[in-house]
Design a protein. Structure first.
Length: 55
């Protein structure tokens, strides 16, 4: 499992989606497009995700 990250596109039509989808975001500037919870030995992971829900 992975977590996609994005922030709103700065201008309509400049998003990362197909054909510059105005509703799509752009990659989050610090972590990029997805959060990595694994890393190489001796380097801390970027983060950890937890998913919970209520029915």
């Amino acid at each position: 499992m992975f977590l996609r990250l994005s922030v709103p596109a700065p201008e309509p039509g400049t998003g990362a989606g197909p054909r510059g989808n105005p509703r799509a975001g752009v990659p989050e500037p610090t972590y990029g497009e997805q959060l990595q919870n694994f890393s190489v030995q001796g380097v801390p992971a970027e983060g950890e995700m937890t998913i919970s829900y209520h029915t």
